[in-house]
Design a protein around this ligand. Structure first.
Ligand SMILES: C[S@@+](CC[C@H](N)C(=O)[O-])C[C@H]1O[C@@H](n2cnc3c(N)ncnc32)[C@H](O)[C@@H]1O
Length: 263
């Protein structure tokens, strides 16, 4: 990640940690439980959550594995994650500051590696995925969860323009075909794949990025979203509800394993 983009990510998540982790949480406890289940954690696993944010997922995962690590580039997120850890009295989790594209771990150190809703903040997501593969045991499991962008070029561009208007640390949400091509190229087999439709309230989504009604980014993003309604030009399927909108994200969950050499 370039120094400039890293600074944008750290600024964004440093200032929104409260909104992101406490006030406008993204997933219900049921959704978090579903995701943990999807990863097939084993009691003896040593697990890593890359770009763990405030630790929601890794703390849930910790209850099911031997040891779990959360890594993130934003100091404030890690501080929040440690507070959540203390509140839950979990002793088998460690948090570390670091960069997904250059993981500070030895080869094959983990049985389970996860990365949720973070690749779209990285200007070189493929470098982070390569690193996740490097630190994964040969028979280990890698779970990638992220929003999927529309396949069609014009919709893909507007979708990402709206995301960037909302959050300048957004690099690009990838398409399902891009994920699948990357997995193939990197020798990863898809063990399981689920695509979930997640409805989000626009206002809540904006609060999570640190913007309330009346702020420049809030209004600019809202204008772009409203303009996309005819023909659903950004693929977000916005639907008016009173003074708010409901938008739809498609979230891809991929459970991956390294293919044996030569296959
Ligand atoms: C949208 S949050 C998701 C956090 C968490 N995975 C979750 O699902 O709640 C994105 C996180 O990615 C982190 N991040 C972005 N780029 C990163 C990078 N290159 N290396 C490490 N962390 C990164 C940010 O600091 C932020 O905490």
């Amino acid at each position: 990640m370039s120094k400039t983009h890293r600074a944008v990510v750290e600024r964004q998540f440093g200032r929104t940690v409260e909104a992101f982790a406490r006030l406008a949480v993204r997933d219900t406890p049921e959704v978090v439980a579903e995701k943990v289940q999807f990863m097939r954690p084993q009691a003896g696993d040593v697990a890593l959550d890359v770009a763990c944010g405030a630790g929601t997922l890794v703390l849930e995962l910790a209850a099911r594995v031997r040891w779990a690590c959360g890594l993130d580039v934003t100091r404030e997120m890690l501080e929040q994650a440690r507070r959540f850890q203390a509140a839950r009295g979990l002793a088998n989790v460690g948090f570390e500051r670091g960069e997904a594209g250059q993981l500070p771990y030895r080869d094959q150190a983990f049985d389970l590696v996860v990365c949720q809703c973070s690749l779209h903040h990285m200007s070189h997501p493929e470098r982070a995925v390569k690193e996740m593969i490097r630190v994964l045991q040969p028979a280990g499991r890698l779970t990638i969860i992220d929003t999927l962008a529309p396949e069609q070029d014009a919709k893909f561009e507007l979708f990402n323009r709206i995301e960037i208007a909302r959050d300048p640390s957004h690099a690009a949400t990838l398409r399902w075909t891009t994920f699948r091509r990357m997995f193939d190229e990197f020798g990863l087999g898809v063990v399981d794949e689920q695509i979930r439709r997640r409805e989000r309230r626009f206002h809540h989504w904006m609060l999570r990025a640190g913007h309330d009604r009346g702020s420049r980014r809030y209004e600019q993003t809202r204008r772009l979203l409203e303009a996309s309604i005819p023909g659903d030009r950004a693929g977000l399927s916005p639907r008016r509800e009173g003074d708010d909108f409901v938008i739809t994200h498609y979230e891809g969950m991929f459970l991956l394993q390294k293919k044996p050499a030569g296959r």
